[in-house]
Design a protein. Structure first.
Length: 443
């Protein structure tokens, strides 16, 4: 019986659907079996150096701000910025006329006080002699002197003694005034408190020098720095400062010397954070917390200057011949420990079953994020938890989870990020490279 047109059309459509379905199924099967191209690397021993990098400025170990103790107009400046000065060398002269006049006035007042003291001493001595004669006559028993006269002589002596003591006090006060006036006159000449270089000279002849009682910046006349010992003062984040120790070796780069690096040692670690303005008053402060760290340069250049920008790379730890993996190889996956899964012992390497296999069978297992790497065996990449130690510039130290010679997926960043447990992988052709990814591994 011949098929109708409708039946033929249905069979054709059926064959087409079956064919398309077969093509899709075959393509999906090929896709599942296709190996991901990755960069493979064997776990090998390496020398690692852990560092903390911080930026800051160059400072002198000893630096003195020269300020005036008196007010006066600057009449001369004996040095220029950048000059080397010796301790005790004349730096600056303030107009002395006012203070010279005050010294002359104080000397005149002292001379007057001393003359008054001489007169008071003479009156006291005269009163003493009169009192002695009165008492002698009273003791003789005759009636040459009355008791009232003796009392009057006693009173005169006591008054003269008080006048003498007052004159002596006034003389001492006048002497102190002379000393103060002389000191103020001496303060019109400023001398170098230390030997060093004049690194700051913000004033000119004719300006008025003022004491730094209320504003140290306005009172600053010059700064002298002893550059025989030079420091790099940097600020280290709170997460890194606990890694530092006194004596840690440091490599310093100074922006002014781009082709040279310098060595130094950590000589001071602050015990308290340097909080920004207003942070102390804010209970919800979110600003970064930094600690001051001072580094003494071993051999600073002769022409170095304070306030130059510097970057310090502080060596906090080293490992010789440690098992190491590339930083990019470390990633995070959700992983559940199987009931019979062997935990990696210290120094031992044990394979971990594929994450998710046990979780699918036992829904009571809770997944947790675990750091690890993909270990490759016979073309299959299996996620294995690892414990890492210090981080070098490109490699992590491996403490547990891997053995010497294990092959791991070491790149690219995108491949590790997208890689699934138990995926098929193969070595990418030589010369193929991808983005290195952020330091600290893939996530």
């Amino acid at each position: 019986m011949p098929m109708s047109r409708k039946t033929k059309l249905g069979l054709i459509i059926g064959f087409i659907v079956v064919g398309v379905g077969g093509v899709i199924a075959l393509s999906a099967a090929k896709s599942r079996n296709k190996a991901t191209e990755v960069r493979l690397e064997a776990v090998a021993p390496r020398d690692l150096t852990a560092t903390v990098t911080a930026s800051g400025r160059i400072e002198a170990k000893r630096s003195v701000d020269v300020t005036a103790d008196i007010t006066g107009r600057i009449t001369s400046i004996a040095v220029r910025e950048g000059d080397l000065v010796r301790q005790g060398q004349l730096l600056l002269q303030i107009d002395p006329s006012q203070y010279s006049a005050e010294l002359s006035r104080a000397n005149a007042l002292m001379a007057s006080s001393e003359a008054g003291l001489v007169q008071a001493r003479a009156n006291k001595d005269q009163a003493q002699r009169s009192l002695d004669r009165a008492k002698e006559l009273q003791r003789s028993g005759n009636s040459l002197i009355s008791a009232e006269q003796v009392e009057q002589a006693q009173t005169t002596f006591e008054v003269s003694t008080a006048n003498y003591n007052s004159a002596m006090a006034q003389t001492k006060q006048a002497q102190a005034g002379v000393q103060q006036a002389r000191d103020n006159l001496n303060r019109t000449r400023l001398f170098a408190p230390i030997s060093g270089r004049v690194v700051r000279l913000p004033v000119e002849v004719g300006e008025v020098a003022v004491p730094g009682t209320f504003s140290r910046e306005n009172a600053l006349l010059m700064t002298i720095a002893d550059l025989s010992t030079v420091l790099a003062k940097v600020r280290v984040d709170e997460t890194d400062v606990i890694k530092l120790a006194f004596g840690d070796s440091v490599q310093i780069t100074i922006d002014a010397y781009p082709d040279t690096s310098f060595t130094g040692r950590v000589t001071m670690i602050s015990n308290s954070a340097q909080l920004v303005a207003g942070q102390l008053a804010s209970a919800q402060a979110t600003q970064a917390v930094d600690f001051d760290v001072e580094i003494t340069l071993d051999h600073p250049p002769r022409d170095i200057r304070p306030d130059l920008s510097a970057t310090a790379k502080i060596v906090t730890d080293t490992r010789r011949g440690a098992l190491a993996i590339p930083i990019i190889a470390l990633t995070v996956r959700q992983h559940s420990d199987l009931p019979n899964e062997a935990k990696p012992a210290e120094g031992a390497a044990t394979a971990t079953p594929a994450a998710g296999t046990g979780a699918a069978a036992d829904t009571t297992n809770k997944l947790k994020e675990t750091e690890g790497v993909f270990v490759v065996h016979k073309g299959i990449a299996t996620f294995r938890p690892v414990k890492v130690g210090i981080a070098g510039s490109e490699y992590f130290e491996v403490l547990t989870g891997l053995q010497l010679g294990d092959t791991i997926v070491a790149g690219t960043y995108q491949a590790i990020r997208d890689l699934k447990d138990s995926s098929r992988v193969r070595q990418a052709p030589s010369g193929t490279s991808g983005p290195a990814g952020p330091q600290g591994g893939s996530r």
